[in-house]
Design a protein around this ligand. Structure first.
Ligand code: HPA
Length: 273
């Protein structure tokens, strides 16, 4: 049932993609500009892909962009689906299944996140070393199709050591400061309370956001290699006197997009070698 839906979407997309994409990108709030760098781009609105939900949040365009980036054939999600929008985690992660069916082996997942680590500043970038799932649910709950992946997937190295090192080397070469840390997923849509942020810090979290974890769980289930990059768009609740606002998240992403673009392009260029 699931597999049929995946194949149906993949079939529609294959008609429009001259070659199989090797690298997938999921672009977070304010980070969708990366898709504008893709050459020979084929832009496919989510409405045109059977089985895809339709994205609702501002700052998310809602289309797949296929083409060439730094010598690699890539497919990027410009706009993702969030649990807080009311989609099931199966719906949220459906595009990852479709990417896998198209041939994607390496998935680069990006997001805007609140900084929990006291050393972080808005505008910093963080490569995700690991995550903590506070969603209270999991996209793999329900019957497991062994053709898609194992019932009990290992999450020991959810975020590939190889890709993390590649990201750190690229950042060092480019003179971009890149933290490494643990991403914690909350459902949202309300931001955390200061007490929740203290809890997250005590649990070992460095950044907090409302996405990424479901997609990464499914990507690992499907056997993809994952790299995660967070743009620290704000300090988390209670760390400053200022209330949090989505506009700030998008504005900070806008401000750091030059470094973000340089970093991700350098990583893709390495992967294309
Ligand atoms: N909390 C949760 N999600 C976020 C934040 C935050 O502070 N900033 C950007 N996404």
């Amino acid at each position: 049932m699931d597999r049929q839906a995946i194949e149906k979407a993949a079939d529609v997309l294959r008609q429009r993609m001259p070659a199989s994409p090797a690298i997938g990108l999921i672009l977070g709030s304010g980070l969708g500009v990366l898709a504008d760098e893709i050459e020979e781009a084929v832009r496919i609105p989510y409405e045109e892909i059977p089985g895809f939900p339709v994205s609702t949040v501002e700052g998310h365009a809602g289309r797949l962009v296929y083409g060439r980036l730094e010598g690699a054939t890539v497919v990027a999600m410009q706009g993702r689906f969030h649990y807080y929008e009311g989609y099931s985690l199966r719906e949220v992660t459906f595009p990852v299944r479709v990417m896998k069916a198209l041939g994607v082996r390496e998935l680069i997942v990006t997001n805007a996140a609140g900084g929990v680590n006291e050393r972080f500043q808005p505008g910093d970038l963080m490569v995700i070393s690991d995550h903590i799932n506070l969603l209270g649910t999991n996209p793999l709950i329900g019957p497991n199709d062994p053709e898609l992946g194992p019932r009990f997937p290992d999450m020991t190295e959810a975020y590939s050591r190889r890709l993390r090192q590649l990201a750190k080397d690229a950042a060092a070469r480019l003179g971009i400061r890149l933290h490494e840390g643990v991403y914690v997923a909350n459902t949202g849509p309300s931001y955390e309370t200061p007490a929740e942020i203290r809890m997250i810090r005590a649990l070992g979290g460095d950044a907090v956001g409302m996405s990424t974890v479901p997609e990464v769980i499914v990507a690992r289930h499907a056997g993809m290699e994952v790299l995660g990059i967070s743009c620290i768009s704000n300090l988390a609740a209670g760390m400053t006197d200022a209330p949090l606002h989505h506009d700030e998240v998008v504005e900070t992403a806008e401000r750091v997009k030059a470094d973000f673009l340089r970093l991700v392009k350098a990583i893709v260029a390495e992967l294309a070698k």
